[in-house]
Design a protein around this ligand. Structure first.
Ligand code: HEM
Length: 207
């Protein structure tokens, strides 16, 4: 039993960093092209449509859906076991640990809503292609904008703080000094990705 949970936890960690990490980076960069206007984003989305369908669906199922479901379900199991009490332990790392859990809880309903509405309902069932124009009208609703900004920033923080915890889990960052350096670098990445996200979300709202 010890071995099963040990390997599941390692798999959860690898999937979070390498599979879902690539997904979030791709998402931020593709969406950031909207800063260049409708042609830029629609051009990027059209290039994805050139990928042969069996490969595209294979990537969606085996590269996104299954890893995400595994990471989310096992993540909820881990989060239910973990003891978060930032008030009692006032250290930054304990707060980061707690935020890792809180962002995970937010991501469960947010990602369900995001995937079911845009990918499954609009694109899959109604056959509406995802485009700059669609997102632009979607983000005219301030409630949607606020929930999306929180969701994107939660995913970015969860991923970037996860880089630090990954390096600890796998023994890559041993000792407090190296761990601090990794933590600062991953929070710089978090700040950069967050600024890009706020910029493209503001672009939809303001222009
Ligand atoms: C869908 C809801 C999600 C839940 C419930 C969830 C849950 C969790 C939990 C509880 C941990 C901590 C594991 C531990 O302490 O050992 C974790 C770690 C992690 N998660 Fe998530 N997560 C979710 C989504 C995501 C997403 C979308 C990404 C990528 C952007 C991601 C990337 C990571 C990374 C990189 C780690 C660090 C792995 C490590 O410490 O070794 N997670 N997740």
């Amino acid at each position: 039993m010890y071995n099963v949970s040990f390997y599941l936890r390692r798999l959860h960690s690898l999937v979070g960093l390498f599979v879902l990490g690539i997904v979030i980076l791709e998402h931020v960069f593709t969406n950031a092209t909207s800063l260049g206007g409708p042609e830029a984003l629609n051009g990027g989305l059209a290039m994805m449509e050139l990928i042969p369908r069996p490969i595209f669906y294979g990537l969606e199922i085996f590269g996104i859906a299954i890893p995400l479901i595994f990471h989310a379900v096992y993540g909820v199991y881990i989060a239910l076991q973990a003891n978060c009490n930032p008030g009692r332990f006032g250290y930054i790392r304990n707060w980061m640990f707690t935020l890792q859990r809180w962002t995970a809880w937010y991501l469960v309903p947010f990602l369900l809503w995001h995937v079911f509405y845009l990918r499954i309902y609009l694109k899959g069932i109604c056959g509406v292609p995802i485009s700059y124009e669609l997102l632009d009208s979607y983000f005219q609703n301030p409630v949607v904008v606020v929930l999306y900004v929180i969701g994107m920033l939660a995913a970015i923080f969860h991923f970037c703080n996860g880089i630090t915890t990954f390096c600890m889990t796998w023994g890559i960052a041993k000792g407090p000094r190296v761990q601090n350096v990794v933590s600062v670098l991953s929070m710089l990445l978090c700040a950069a990705l967050s600024l890009v996200t706020i910029a493209f979300m503001a672009h939809y709202v303001l222009f």
